[in-house]
Design a protein around this ligand. Sequence first.
Ligand code: M6R
Length: 607
Amino acid sequence: MCGIVGYIGENKAQEVILSGLQKLEYRGYDSAGIALLENGEITVTRAQGKLEELKKKFTNTKSKASLGIGHTRWATHGRPSETNAHPHSAGRVSLIHNGIIENYLELKEELEKLGCEFKSETDTEIAAHLLNQEIKNGLEPFEALKATCKKVRGSYAFLAIDKENPDRILVAKNSTPIVIGFSENQKFIASDIPAILNYTKEVLILEDGDIAEIMLDSIKVENDGVLVTRKTQTINWDPVTAQKGGYKHFMLKEIYDQVEASVDTVRGRIKNSKVVFSNIDFSVEEAKSIDRIIMIACGTAWHACLVAKYYFETLAGIPCEVDYSSEFRYRDKPVSKNTLLIPVSQSGETLDTLAATESISKLVKTLAICNVLGSSLSRKVENVIYTQAGPEISVASTKAFTTQLEALYMFALFLGQERGILNKSTIHEKVNAVIKLPAAIAEALKDEEAIKKTAKLFYQSQDFFYIGRGICFPIALEGALKLKEISYIHAEGYPAGELKHGPLALIDEDVPVVVILQKSDVLFEKTLSNLKEVEARGGKIIAITDSPKIDLISSVASVVHSVPFISGDLSPILMTVPLQLLAYYIAVFNGTDVDLPRNLAKSVTVE
Ligand code: M6R
């Protein structure tokens, strides 16, 4: 996950920026760079590898510049290399960027026609050229950045400097966080508060659509052409809280990280409305030859596989089985060379998943979904698709799960596309929905306070049922797992249609039933009838839904929490968010150790 730091002030920009970037190292990165503006000239210094490599380049050249921008990059769009590292420059400007520019290929074509030449493989360089062109066309830098953002589709946080205007840093934010810190005679800009906490506790947080011009004595922010004032806040975090990004627990931070993680997971994987996986070796012939998929995983990752089974069967037309790694490793399995094995693991170190993979990896094609670069799993398979969730510290998996779903969805689209099952317009429509995901997750998170109130109503219950149907049945399993592992309350996930085959006997007024109710017409009606069965036995219903039929749902449910609808395929991701928050607050009200629940470990490296 990339990091951003910018500085204007009385201290040496190089030192402030390097120390800020150091604070963001925990996010993971593979290259770094700084642009410093001094005496009307911009000097860009970049290095592949750790910050130490970048620092070595400054050994003999200590800059006195008082303005600069710096970046740590985690490669997803173009290889990790010095050339692809940020800042990128064009004419008089240098720019850094977190996020994805979706329409970068079409923009690149237009810019090439104007004679622009590109040095890197990144989408960021396009933004630098666009900005430079707008300035060349006569716009003031601030107006030029506004015009640039109008042309760019996707998510971004941009920081840009212009050698003709050495007194300012230009900033734009859309779906990717940016905070501005200030103290007397200094201004700081960062992707995360910990980067600037050593220097100031006074900050303001930019909102989506904000374009800002930061000068030593002023901060100008516009949104949609109108001047706006963003509220200033004082951050009183101790060092541990700072590590948690100001949240009380890593779990809550990681639930919020999902907005950015979902941007990062799709980053570089959509080009010209097509799905591309440039880092895997998977030819069209290979995609066409697969006649069966076997997915293996444990815990939360296993739930991601259950959702992905729908994706592979529906979008790619490939029969798919899902098994627990711990079961799969000990059974006979007839497979062929056209079978694709997909092990899914956040850590890439889960012993059962490693052993299950090894048990057939020589006989089949293998592709892992994993979050940790260089993990044992990544070394046991032919191909890896990395989720870009960043480090997940809390034992309860949150952002790893939603990014697994996103990565698996993208891979299913890729297979459907390469096998000729999905036509151009279907792919276009589906990738557009994926692009809307970060903003929709952010919207779903706005229900936090209401969910906290629901948790307060139900936290003393001793048993919960979670029910769902179709693609959201695995989400019921995941909701129940989240609750039991961090609150120690008994919770069971069931397909809604199965209740009457046994578990209904357990339902009474003391057993809350959490239902994941999707908009999809057929399943909506069927699930509603299942809820009537619960209501008739006095069960209290907590509904999570992306349906607009709130009145109808409220007629049976005690509480309804809504999430945005962007597509039926992506409903499982959005429905997960309120379930994570519900489990989190129930655990908090019960006073359990949320991040380190009893008896559990983050990485299960034993059998
Ligand atoms: O690292 P992995 O994804 O292989 O881990 C698998 C499970 O151990 C993990 O998902 C576990 O179920 C989580 N604690 C659930 O929140």
